[in-house]
Design a protein around this ligand. Structure first.
Ligand SMILES: Cc1cc2nc3c(=O)[nH]c(=O)nc-3n(C[C@H](O)[C@H](O)[C@H](O)COP(=O)(O)O)c2cc1C
Length: 213
């Protein structure tokens, strides 16, 4: 049974978003909105959805966690042999969406994805809790497996192989950086008359346009 969708209708009453509220640098603006999501205690404020499209051009999207934000772009970590890894190898273009429902905000980011350096991946891997290191090293992410038990066994084997917990980062696990060439900041407003601003690269800087809701 589906819910009664009419009863799920929520009215947004946010403050207006004006072009003058926006930082000229969209990465700074994204950082500000991430801070605001943290301050508003949005759960997993660094979660976003990344869409990729491989050789066939068929889009596939999945949630990920943002682990770095710098002038160079947005960094996340995953298995390079996963579906997203295979798709990014065939087509490095991707689109990311952050959705912060409690503060009625959405940010879209588009651009090209490259692998981060081995050093950045090593450092991040080493910073993870042991269980997370074991899980990402053990899991053949996105592969069909016969059972949960098979996965538990992979984990157990790895735990035994590295009793001191010094499991190395597998070369097929690491980071990617999304280097953005376009952003859109969306603020939900009353009666579905929302505010939207898009940044596109222009003359070495960024041009900001208001978009219709
Ligand atoms: C909130 C949330 C955060 C996630 N973060 C990550 C992440 O940082 N890295 C990752 O590899 N998978 C993460 N996942 C799992 C992915 O959504 C996905 O199942 C996995 O990466 C395999 O995707 P693929 O088969 O399209 O490559 C997360 C899932 C959720 C729901």
């Amino acid at each position: 049974m589906a819910p009664s969708f009419e009863e799920l209708r929520v009215e947004y009453r946010s403050a207006p978003l004006e072009q003058t509220d926006l930082d000229p640098d969209p990465l700074v603006q994204l950082s500000r909105w991430l801070d605001a999501a943290v301050a508003a205690e949005v759960e997993e404020p660094n979660a976003f959805v990344l869409a990729t499209a491989g050789e066939q051009g068929r889009p596939a999207a999945r949630a990920l966690l943002l682990k770095g934000l710098s002038p160079e772009g947005l960094v996340f970590f995953t298995n390079y042999r996963s579906r997203k890894g295979v798709e990014l190898a065939a087509n490095p273009q991707a689109s990311a969406v952050f959705l912060w429902v409690p503060i009625r905000r959405q940010v879209r980011v588009e651009g090209f994805v490259e692998k981060v350096t081995e050093r950045v991946s090593d450092e991040y891997f080493a910073s993870r809790p042991l269980e997370a290191r074991l899980a990402s090293a053990a899991s053949p992410q996105s592969e069909v497996v016969e059972s949960r038990q098979y996965l538990e066994q992979l984990l157990e084997d790895l735990r035994r192989a590295y009793p001191d917990g010094d499991v190395p980062r597998p070369t097929h696990w690491g980071g990617y950086r999304l280097i953005p060439d376009s952003f859109e900041f969306w603020q939900g407003r009353e009666a579905r008359f929302h505010d939207r601003f898009r940044y596109v690269q222009s003359l070495g800087g960024w041009r900001i346009d208001r978009l219709a809701p």
